[in-house]
Design a binder for this molecule. Structure first.
Ligand code: HEC
Ligand code: HEC
Ligand code: HEC
Ligand code: HEC
Ligand code: HEC
Length: 240
């Protein structure tokens, strides 16, 4: 032990200063190259095939400015309140297209403006619910000035990809057998309602307290489905 200490001390004295200065730089450089290579490899693999990497925060729920529960608005059954812990609220079974109004006609599904929320919430829901208090403040139903709610995106494809909701909703309502993650009975229908097709790419949103991405929605998945359903697979269909 003593001789080892001696050895280190001796080395410390005799090693030139520039090597001492360079050693941490070289070590960090090596680690950085290793980390970048690893990240790039993982990125390429997941881009083509797999689920998004949970570590990087893809698979997680997003903290929204107001804890808006899809459960209570779109679901069936009793759900825990996000604003008043311990309380349960009956699901309203609202149609997805009531709020996501452009999903059947445009590229974007659209997230509702606060005016649509205040249509109900200027009267509905207890005053002591802190999440509703935030909503009423944003909607200008209090003394304070109204402000838009900056909902955070949960699903987002890279900028070089083009996605349009309209043809998918149309196709899937006419071909219910292609709907995935469907509620029991939906696949046996000859025609589905627009709201019944969303599960194919978004899972069962009506039962999610916070929306999260459940399908990878990677290129392989898009192209496979296009091939199976005789939809176009040219690169320019999905890429600018
Ligand atoms: C058709 C009417 C209606 C519309 C439109 C509506 N809500 Fe609600 N919302 C309700 C009802 C009913 C409840 C349950 C209230 C209760 O019993 O406490 C509720 C509850 C809530 C709660 C409290 C939930 C909890 O877990 O405590 C929040 C937050 C909320 N709504 C936000 C919104 C937002 C944001 C919008 C607009 C995107 C919206 N609501 C649109 C009817 C509506
Ligand atoms: C009362 C209005 C309302 C209803 C009804 C509703 N939504 Fe939403 N939805 C919202 C709001 C507000 C957001 C943004 C906040 C969030 O992500 O929770 C949202 C977000 C989403 C997102 C995530 C968007 C993103 O950023 O990637 C999906 C997917 C979605 N809704 C699907 C559905 C489906 C499917 C249904 C029907 C089962 C439905 N919604 C019913 C209001 C609604
Ligand atoms: C074929 C797959 C697919 C189906 C079916 C689908 N979506 Fe989407 N949705 C996506 C993809 C992919 C994105 C991300 C788009 C982007 O980043 O450009 C998205 C984004 C969204 C968003 C957030 C951005 C926006 O467009 O406003 C909402 C809200 C949404 N979808 C709601 C719905 C609803 C409601 C339905 C059913 C009526 C539905 N989606 C059906 C694939 C799908
Ligand atoms: C459920 C199967 C399915 C999935 C999953 C799917 N698509 Fe499609 N897509 C179709 C079908 C079928 C059509 C053709 C609909 C029609 O017009 O009849 C289509 C059409 C399109 C179009 C429009 C083509 C045109 O006519 O301009 C685009 C763009 C597109 N899809 C992109 C995507 C992207 C990007 C993804 C992955 C995020 C995706 N799709 C996932 C089935 C699917
Ligand atoms: C049906 C839609 C669709 C078609 C057709 C399509 N792509 Fe893609 N592509 C996507 C989507 C969605 C992504 C984004 C995947 C992700 O989230 O990483 C993507 C990503 C990519 C990427 C980037 C990969 C990465 O690491 O992010 C390249 C390169 C690419 N596509 C090339 C092509 C080429 C070349 C073709 C024609 C042979 C093609 N794509 C056809 C949907 C499509």
């Amino acid at each position: 032990m003593a001789s080892l200490l001696e050895f280190i001390k001796e080395k410390h004295r005799t090693t030139p200063l520039w090597i001492k200065a360079l050693a941490p730089v070289l070590l960090l450089g090596g680690l950085a190259v290793f980390a970048v290579t690893g990240a790039v490899t993982a990125f390429v693999i997941t881009a083509w095939l797999g689920q998004p990497i949970p570590v990087l925060g893809f698979d997680q729920t997003v903290k929204q400015p107001i804890a808006f529960p899809h459960t209570i608005h779109a679901g069936t059954g009793l759900f825990p309140s996000t604003g008043l812990p311990g309380q349960f609220i009956d699901g309203l079974e609202m149609d997805c297209t009531f709020c996501h109004r452009t999903v059947t006609s445009q590229a974007n599904a659209g997230v509702p403006p606060v005016a649509l929320c205040s249509y109900c919430h200027k009267v509905i829901g207890p005053e002591e619910n802190p999440e509703l208090a935030k909503l009423r403040k944003a909607a200008g139903l209090t003394e304070e000035d109204p402000s838009p709610i900056n909902w955070k995106r949960v699903h987002r494809l890279p900028d070089h990809v083009r996605f349009v909701h309209e043809p998918h909703i149309r196709y899937l309502t006419q071909h219910p057998s292609e709907i995935r993650n469907a509620a029991p009975g939906v696949n046996q229908l000859s025609e589905a309602l627009p709201s019944q097709v969303c599960s194919t790419c978004h899972g069962d949103v009506a039962s999610m307290l916070e929306v999260k991405q459940v399908e990878a929605l990677k290129m392989g998945q898009c192209v496979d489905c296009h091939r199976e359903n005789e939809a176009p697979t040219d690169c320019t269909v999905c890429h600018h």
